[in-house]
Design a protein around this ligand. Structure first.
Ligand SMILES: [Zn+2]
Length: 123
């Protein structure tokens, strides 16, 4: 009685939430990829020198920002896929680091969480 779905009961709802989150993350990835491509084009069209031209520096900063967001969105996609796999394997809701159950409140807020709040707090 102490494994997986005990805390969460109806696993279907969790799966739906993960699928929904994964779908939205994929949309974010697609949108950010377009934005990133646009910024790359703008930079090459302007033919600016990132280091010395103020506009080039701004574009470089925006690209860095978009790249960071893109990476985070991709991680979110991977996290949702991984969580769905854990759900299927029956290991969902268990902290990756300490093996303790992840709190229901945390899973409610972040269904793709892989660590309990204490381990997450440790960084
Ligand atoms: Zn933990």
């Amino acid at each position: 009685m102490m494994h997986g779905g005990v805390i969460l009961g109806g696993g279907g709802r969790v799966r739906e939430r993960l699928e929904e989150e994964g779908r939205r993350a994929r949309e974010r990835v697609a949108a950010l990829e377009r934005e990133f491509a646009g910024l790359a084009e703008a930079a090459s069209a302007a033919g600016t020198d990132d280091e010395h031209d103020p506009e080039g520096a701004t574009l470089a900063f925006e690209r860095q920002h978009a790249a960071a967001l893109l990476e985070a969105a991709r991680e979110q996609v991977a996290a949702c896929d991984a969580a769905l796999a854990r759900l299927a394997a029956g290991s969902y809701g268990v902290c990756e680091r300490c093996g303790q159950p992840i709190g229901a409140g945390r899973l409610e807020a972040r269904p793709a969480a892989t660590t309990c709040i204490r381990c997450a707090g440790r960084g």
